[in-house]
Ligand binder design. Structure first.
Ligand SMILES: *Cc1c(COP(=O)(O)O)cnc(C)c1O
Length: 415
């Protein structure tokens, strides 16, 4: 049998700290490795496989489109991208869209749009205020936007024009802004930062202040968008309307696509000022249209709310049983369990051995982001695997007499 993992070690740049698992197939919430062993997938391709692996609606749309027109360039009109744009605009508070291929292209594009707005309407202001522990992607500019030193330090100097302030603190935003500021960019809930949920009035406070100053509010919904937290878009839960949102991850049901949408007043690109070879290509847009249509028609966001509450209640039960669980937090199906020490690596690996895939989002926190259409039975099954793993970990800790041998950090931010 081919040793794929050895070949990967030989040929790849050493960017990814991968789990020792080679995936071969997926169906619904389940994946199979090359030996045919089955796993319940609560990572969903990093929150991307919103309808599970190989959902028939996505497979059908891709199958049809791949035989019709795969790529055409934006020199011409193509139908799937126009249908997708209409569906996104019709179901959001935004007016216009730009399609790209990934989350980071969406955030980078949104910042370019805000800078363009700054030049036209704010005396050339270009600065963007973002939050500490945020994640906006991996281009050079977006590492500067992402308020995490470890992404910036290997590449300094990073592009200027970004200031990172405390999350969930309206005053910190106010104090950091100046006459050169054109926008504030925030995640409604910080995903890669560890599923950090702000107070209910935080985004409202920032929105009101931006309105007072005439600044744009960009919400990075690459992770929170398309049903993940129980509404089609995250902003709906915070009683505000952003000027710009970014989308990626779950939008294509597994196929790579990104987008940013803006209000009419912020849609200031002139012809030729932004572009993309693949952005909006018919194949990706057909997949996204099918995904979005299914999510809207089936009212999947309500289901996410219910299944998410069920998952949280089960995890909270585990928290009463295991005192090293410090907190269970989340919205919809974006959920984290916080430990009081660095146990993520150990827990995630033990779950993997028993057939459950989880993400160690922080050395001391694990993240759950299963497909949006998982069932309660899937949740029960995950808990049935997790419970004895935690019991085992707890026993080990007692044997160690509480000494902390769990300080290794692994696949944190391995995306
Ligand atoms: C994942 C993520 C990105 C980056 O998306 P890529 O497709 O990996 O470029 C940007 N913002 C947020 C909030 C994300 O979760």
């Amino acid at each position: 049998m081919t040793n794929w993992q050895a070949l990967e070690k030989k040929y790849f740049m050493t960017t990814f700290k991968r789990m020792p698992l080679t995936l071969d197939q997926g169906q619904g919430a389940r994946v199979w490795d090359e030996q045919g062993k089955e796993y319940l997938d609560f990572t969903a391709g990093w929150g991307v496989n919103s309808l599970g692996h190989c959902h028939p609606a996505v497979v059908g749309a891709v199958n049809l489109q791949v035989r019709t027109l795969i790529q055409a360039s934006n020199q011409f009109y193509t139908i799937p991208q126009i249908k997708l744009a209409e569906l996104l605009v019709g179901n959001s508070c935004l007016d216009r869209v730009f399609f790209c291929n990934s989350g980071v292209e969406a955030t980078e594009g949104a910042v370019k749009l805000a800078r363009r707005y700054g030049k036209l309407h704010l005396n050339g202001a270009y600065g963007v205020v973002t939050a500490i522990n945020s994640f906006h992607g991996r281009t050079l500019a977006m590492t500067a936007a992402s308020g995490q030193r470890k992404f910036q330090e290997p590449y300094t100097p990073v592009p200027a024009g970004f200031v990172n302030v405390d999350y969930n603190n309206v005053n910190a935003v106010k104090e950091a802004a100046n006459s050169q500021t054109c926008a504030v960019m925030l995640e409604p809930i910080q995903g890669e930062g560890g599923v950090n949920i702000p107070d209910d009035d935080y985004l409202k406070g920032v929105r009101d202040w931006c309105d007072g100053k005439g600044l744009l509010l960009i919400l990075d919904e690459v992770q929170t968008g398309i049903g993940r937290i129980g509404t089609l878009f995250g902003y709906e839960q915070f009683g505000i309307e952003p000027d710009i949102i970014t989308l990626g991850k779950g939008l294509g049901g597994g196929v790579p696509i990104g987008a940013f949408l803006a209000k009419e007043k912020a849609s200031v690109f002139a012809p030729g000022e932004h572009g993309s070879t693949f952005g909006g290509n018919p194949l990706a847009c057909a997949a996204a249209y099918a995904t979005l249509h299914f999510i809207i028609d089936g009212d999947i966001p309500s289901r996410v709310k219910q299944t998410g509450a069920y998952l949280m209640s089960k995890l909270e039960k585990l928290a009463t049983k295991f005192d090293f669980i410090a907190e269970v937090r989340g919205r919809g199906l974006l959920v984290a369990v916080q430990f009081d020490r660095d146990l993520s690596d150990e827990v995630v690996r033990a779950c993997l051995e028993r057939g459950l895939l989880l993400n160690p989002v922080k050395p001391n926190a694990i993240r759950f982001m299963p497909p949006l259409n998982i069932t309660r039975r899937d949740v029960d099954e995950a808990i049935t695997i997790l419970d004895p793993v935690l019991a085992e970990v707890g026993k080990e800790m007692q044997k160690d007499g509480g000494s902390d041998r769990h300080q290794r950090t692994i696949s944190e931010e391995g995306n």
